[in-house]
Each structure stands twice: as C-alpha cells, then as structure tokens.
Design a binder for this molecule. Structure first.
Ligand SMILES: [Zn+2]
Length: 386
C-alpha cells in the first residue's frame, strides 16, 4: 500500500455539518439502504475514534502528530480494551439482518471481528493486530494479545516466533506495512464485492491509501451505483460521491438505524470453548481449546484449572483420576486475559454417557455493560480442525 495524495493543512482540517443536515442525509441514506440489492461499507480509522482507538490523520491522529515531531501516547493494550462503537455495532446488526452484504476495512485494530461481524463477510485489507497465520498450511489464529512481530527486528519481518499447532509451521502476523502488497484473498473478495455493489458507504476514511481506496472508487465510477462518503476531512473521491456527509460515524449511524427502525445491539464478547474427553485405562484425559465463534483457534485464556491442577499452555491438557462413568462432573475454572475486566468463570461439564459428552463446545458470552458471563452448551457437532 501507499499514499495517493499530498497532505497539507487543508486536508487535515475537519468539517462538521449541522444536526439538521446530518438528520436529512441519514434519512435519505436509510432509504437507499432499504432499496439496495448489494450494500457494502468501507471503513477507516474514523469509525473507531470514539472507542478510544487513535485515528491516523485527524488533528490528534498518529501521523499528524508525528509530522509535528510529537508522539502519540498510546499503549498496546488500548485496542484490546476498546469497546466497539455504536457504528461498529450498527454494522453488525445490518449484516445479521442481511442488509449489509460485505464490509471492507483498512483498520488493524480487530474491532470489527470482535464486535461480531462474520469472518466470511469482511476483508481486513491491512491485517488485524490480533490475527496471525501459518505460512505453511494457512491456519489462522486469533489472540487476545498483540500478535505482531517485534519492531526491533524490522517491520518487514512478519515472524511472530510462535508455531502452528497443526503443522508446526512458522506463524506470521497479518499486518500490511507501507510498500507491501495487500493479501490476495481479502483483496479479491473486496473488489468482487465492489463490482457487485449498488451502494457503498465510506465511514471514517480519508481515502488516501492505495490500493484500498480503489474499492470505493470502483463503486463511485460505475453508472447506477452510489457512493456515500461520511468523513470529517476532505477525500480525493469527494467528486465521485453521490452524497457527502461531514459527520462522525456514530452520529450518522445512530440516525440511520433510527430511520431503518433497527436497534443497535450492545457489544457482547463471544468466545467458544471446545472440550474433548478420552477414556483411559485409569481415569480420563480432558483437552480444552479456545475457539472464536467461526471456529478460528483463539487464545483468550491465561489459565485453566481442573481438580486443583492448573494448565497455562495451549491446548490445556488434564490427566484426571475420574473414570468416565455416567453422571461424573468436571469443574473447569477459566481465567481470562481480562481486557474487559472479565472475571473468572467456572463451568461444570457433566458426562451422561453419550458420545456428544465426549466432544462438545460451549459458547461463552461476556457483557462488559453488566460485567457478567452467560454460557450455553452448543448443540451442533464441532467442525473445527483443532
Ligand atoms: Zn500450519
């Protein structure tokens, strides 16, 4: 990727419309979304600023401050602790309702995936700081920590130092640096969605990074398709936009959802836990692994405790004294990474003699708003590899 435009003071300046203007444009956008057959959204750093994730080119953005010789004060924890914004959650609702067909994002903060967007319906064009992958077999891993190669070596060395649980291949981070090309599959899927789109909404991007900005450009250049740009700063594609909205992403999306008569769901962190019990000559073995909602292996636990024994490395393996007889129960204590202050959770798994109790999974849902966990046993058999 590379910059496509010259940056001066004017390009950094933020413009705001009045509430009435935003309201009127939100009403019109809601009508367009309702009528659209293939609605896509393209997001940039501006969608996440209200979540506490710094943008790049705003007045206090990363690059603006660096150009002034200042450094942005952030901690690497900040994106892990960020709560997805109302705009993020509005997109989750629009996707689950079938209105949003595809999402293309330039953001590396991982917030779209964490907010609940389906992995199949998003291209993270510049990567995800919580996602790494095996260069040998392609298996992806999500981590509740920053899974980015150390900058002390060189940014172009993507090796994270961890290995694939399936084939022991090297894991690489998914971050795309300037001058590097975009990952092939997310790029193809993004452009494919753009070619089909009859409506594209840009949320919080200054559209100055190529070739990512060619995705909304494809829609803007096509006859009959509409490009709507919501960003506080000017963009090089403003001339192609059928509607230009100078508003914060949340201010627009809250209004759009009201006009669509859809409520914005509260953020819930969803994780899954896979349990595998194997009878042994004496006792049994219990293997516990973490998964994301779409079966991607996910690291979100610090430790797991079963029968006073604690395991701290994945997969969590316990050799237990209990024989696998019907009615035996296992108390599993989970300690999380705790970025959202989530407390430990104790899960009781009961073996009732059926094969479905030997291999099963639980959905774990945490609401930061209520600081509480809910768990449910999943009915479907697991399809994951691990
Ligand atoms: Zn592998």
């Amino acid at each position: 990727m590379a910059f496509s435009a010259h940056h001066d003071e004017d390009s950094v300046k933020e413009h705001f419309e009045t509430d009435e203007q935003i309201e009127s444009k939100a009403r019109s956008l809601a009508t367009q979304i309702r009528k659209s057959k293939h609605f896509i959204v393209f997001t940039g750093a501006g969608i996440a600023t209200s979540a506490g994730v710094p943008d790049f080119r705003g007045p206090s953005g990363k690059w603006t401050l660096e150009a002034q010789g200042k450094r942005l004060q952030t901690s690497s924890q900040c994106t892990l602790q960020a709560i997805p914004t109302q705009a993020h959650m509005a997109l989750v609702k629009l996707q689950h309702d079938g209105k949003l067909k595809y999402l293309v994002s330039q953001n590396c903060d991982g917030l779209h995936r964490r907010s609940g967007i389906d992995a199949d319906c998003i291209s993270e064009l510049h990567g995800n700081s919580n996602r790494e992958f095996c260069i040998r077999c392609g298996t992806e891993y999500l981590r509740d920590f920053r899974a980015v190669a150390s900058h002390e070596k060189t940014v172009f060395n993507h090796r994270t130092g961890r290995r694939c649980a399936l084939c022991r291949g090297d894991l690489h981070d998914s971050i795309v640096h300037f001058t590097e090309s975009l990952p092939q599959i997310p790029k193809e899927r993004a452009f494919d969605a753009a070619r089909k789109a009859d409506l594209c909404l840009v949320l919080g991007s200054s559209l100055t990074v190529t070739p990512a900005n060619e995705v909304p450009e494809v829609v803007g250049q096509r006859r009959g398709a509409k490009l709507v740009i919501c960003n506080l700063q000017k963009t090089p594609l403003d001339g192609l936009a059928s509607t230009r909205i100078w508003a914060k992403a949340d201010d627009l999306m809250v209004r759009v959802m009201q006009h669509l008569e859809l409520s914005i769901p509260a953020f819930v962190l969803r994780r899954r836990l896979k349990l595998q019990l194997t009878p042994k000559a004496r006792g049994c073995q219990l293997v516990i692994t973490g998964l994301d909602v779409d079966d991607t292996p996910a690291t979100f636990l610090q430790s797991v405790k079963v029968e006073r024994r604690t395991a701290k490395t994945e997969p969590y393996i316990f050799e237990l004294r209990d024989d696998l007889v019907s009615g035996v129960e296992f108390m599993i204590e989970l300690q999380f990474m705790g970025h959202y202050g989530e407390p430990n959770l104790t899960l009781t798994h009961r073996y009732n003699g059926g094969w479905e109790d030997l291999q099963c999974s639980y959905l774990l849902s945490y609401s930061p708003q209520n600081a509480s966990w809910t768990t449910s046993r999943e009915a479907q058999p697991l399809s994951g590899q691990l």
